[in-house]
Design a protein around this ligand. Structure first.
Ligand SMILES: Nc1ncnc2c1ncn2[C@@H]1O[C@H](COP(=O)(O)OP(=O)(O)O)[C@@H](O)[C@H]1O
Ligand SMILES: [Mg+2]
Length: 218
């Protein structure tokens, strides 16, 4: 098993025996190193330009990761939602301490069990406030009771989403995709294929809006 996992913005160090993980805000040392190498090779006129661009992108990625760590702690503290893996502590956003999740989902498990479809069904597409958080199966896990929980919830508007839908999602989602209620099957049939693209189209269709080119606005 890997002890260090890399996410989009954070590095996660896992301590299964101790029951916690450390989420470290990622600072792009590698990017900076490459940047210095590139600067050494480039003409002196370009050096300053490269340096400014690289420093900027490294800092903005770090800033994003800090924000996510701080938000994750705040969302857990304010909602204590059963749908979330608890974030016990944040050291100024640099490092978070979170409970260890034994069974993190893969994309195949997530989509194969209709989980995004179920989230759409139960939350009325509210998850569209953050596409990235919900399109990756590895942002979810299965808890000791066989229920689905979220472990990456530092996105903007997450507190509102979790406060509104956390309990319902935890209670209702069928982790094995065995939801065979007629309403769900109808919804699924209307929504079409399981993949994200189709869900956008279905949402646009449900809103009577056939022009779904501006997807990020959803
Ligand atoms: N509490 C946890 N228990 C076990 N693994 C975790 C936990 N939190 C995160 N991970 C692993 O680390 C990866 C990255 O964490 P994540 O919170 O998604 O960071 P990012 O916001 O950078 O994507 C996850 O996809 C998962 O595999
Ligand atoms: Mg993630």
């Amino acid at each position: 098993m890997h002890i260090i996992k890399t996410g989009e913005d954070r590095i996660v160090i896992v301590f299964p025996q101790l029951g916690f993980v450390l989420k470290v805000a990622r600072f792009g040392f590698c990017i900076l190193l490459q940047s210095f190498k590139r600067m050494r090779k480039s003409k002196s006129a370009n050096r300053r330009k490269y340096f400014v661009v690289d420093i900027r992108s490294t800092c903005s990625a770090f800033h994003k990761a800090l924000g996510e760590n701080l938000r994750e702690r705040k969302v857990w503290k304010n909602t204590k939602s059963i749908f979330l893996v608890p974030t016990w502590f944040s050291f100024f956003g640099l490092v978070n301490i979170m409970a260890y999740a034994k069974k993190v989902l893969t994309d195949d498990e997530y989509y194969g069990s209709d989980l995004l479809m179920q989230i759409s069904y139960y939350s009325g597409f509210s998850w569209c406030v953050n596409l990235h958080a919900f399109e990756n199966g590895s942002n979810f896990c299965i808890d000791e009771f066989g229920k689905v929980k979220m472990l990456d919830y530092g996105f903007k508007k997450s507190e509102e989403f979790i406060a509104n839908w956390g309990q319902k999602l935890y209670d209702s989602i069928e982790p094995t995709g065995a939801n065979t209620s007629k309403e769900f099957l109808d919804f699924k049939a209307k929504t079409g294929e399981l993949r994200l693209q189709k869900i956008f189209e279905a949402k646009a269709w449900m809103q009577g809006n056939v022009d779904n080119t501006n997807r990020d606005a959803y």
